[in-house]
Design a protein around this ligand. Structure first.
Ligand SMILES: [Zn+2]
Length: 355
């Protein structure tokens, strides 16, 4: 359904929904699954699909070895920030979990005016209106009950929020206005920081309380508990294949390292995202190997016949530089071996639910 990507078609779809309300029988013509992956862009900025992505992504101010620049590429999802000169060349070590979308409309003082809409229908699960309580500034999280498990879109640095927790929202309902609240952002660099996430744990509060002295104002919707997916790739791949599944989408992520963990108990994450359970259905595996991409997105839980008493990295993509630079500090070592750092162990505990 490539038409869904156009603004006009999006409104057309809305008319369809209205019709479906009037004529319930009509709704039966549209299988429920067909709505599962309809994604729209959250603002009027559509330049991601143009041949000038610099019109879509907000730049950052970079100063590398005294050379100043404003690369738009740093507004993309991925390892796009903090250049470092290493044995493997100049690499980018800081991970950016969302897309930084430029405003299209500003008033005479340069204040952005763009409204922010949900990328898909869903339920508002978190509204943070106190800008100083998060580096996200004012932000909204929406849960999308998609067939393979709940996904959470997050809209940050908002000027104002326009929804309340619990509200059901459709593609045409504004959740807020693009702004510049939060850390490291000003009016000139105003943008929408947009994420699409998996949730790691529904017991995040207790994980957080045992590790931090500072309060958690955001319940399960703290950014540490949300794992961002490559949303730009998703937009593009859905254009080519509207029937794309989350499993096949994540299946195209590159495995960067594999961690073997003891087989004790079940993993709550697999109850929420059953598609992450891979391999033959061994009833009682000795252990599990969890595959991760570089940024730490869990890509699969594979049963293993090799026992282990504690979590251990059993494979890592070989590197000439420190694995810490490539993995947000979660792995230590270099070359073809790695160990979990303390932050890596801590993160793993959130993934496995063992804390
Ligand atoms: Zn951002």
């Amino acid at each position: 359904m490539p038409g869904m990507w156009g603004r006009a078609e999006g409104q057309g779809m809305n008319r369809l929904f209205s019709l479906a309300l009037l004529l319930p029988a009509l709704a039966a013509l549209f299988p429920a699954d067909s709505a599962a992956w309809e994604l729209q862009l959250p603002t009027v900025n559509r330049a991601i699909f143009s041949d000038d992505p610099s019109a879509f992504y907000m730049y950052t101010d970079r100063n590398f070895e005294g050379v100043k620049s404003q690369p738009w590429t740093a507004g993309q999802y991925g390892f796009v920030r903090d250049q470092k000169r290493t044995a493997a060349g100049v690499i980018l070590t800081k991970f950016h979990e969302g897309l930084d979308i430029k405003p299209v409309k500003r008033d005479g003082k340069g204040v952005p005016l763009d409204l922010v809409h949900p990328i898909s229908a869903g339920t508002v699960v978190h509204v943070s209106t106190e800008p100083n309580q998060s580096s996200y500034g004012k932000y909204v999280v929406i849960r999308h009950d998609w067939p393979e498990g709940p996904l959470y879109s997050l809209y940050a640095h908002l000027m104002e929020t326009r929804v309340r927790t619990g509200a059901k929202v459709g593609p045409q309902d504004p959740v807020g206005r693009l702004g510049y609240t939060g850390e490291g952002i000003d009016r000139v660099r105003a943008h929408l920081h947009l994420e699409l996430n998996l949730m790691l744990s529904e017991r995040f509060e207790s994980w957080h309380a045992s590790r931090f002295q500072t309060p958690n104002h955001h319940g399960n919707y703290n950014g540490l508990n949300l794992v961002g997916l490559d949303l730009a790739r998703l937009y593009f791949e859905l254009r080519e294949d509207p029937a794309l599944t989350l499993a096949s989408f994540l299946g195209r992520e590159r495995v960067h390292h594999k961690v073997r963990v003891p087989a004790a108990g079940k993993f709550p994450l697999l109850a929420r995202y059953p598609f992450l359970r891979k391999g033959p259905g061994a009833a009682n595996p000795e252990s599990w190997e969890i595959h991760f991409n570089r940024s730490g997105v869990p890509l699969g839980f594979h049963p293993s016949s090799i026992p282990t008493g504690e979590p251990v990295v059993v494979w890592v993509e070989p590197s000439k530089t420190y694995h810490a630079y490539l993995t947000r500090g979660r792995l230590s070592g270099s070359g073809s071996t790695a160990t979990l750092s303390s932050s890596g162990l801590s993160y793993l505990s959130l993934v496995t639910g063992r804390f």
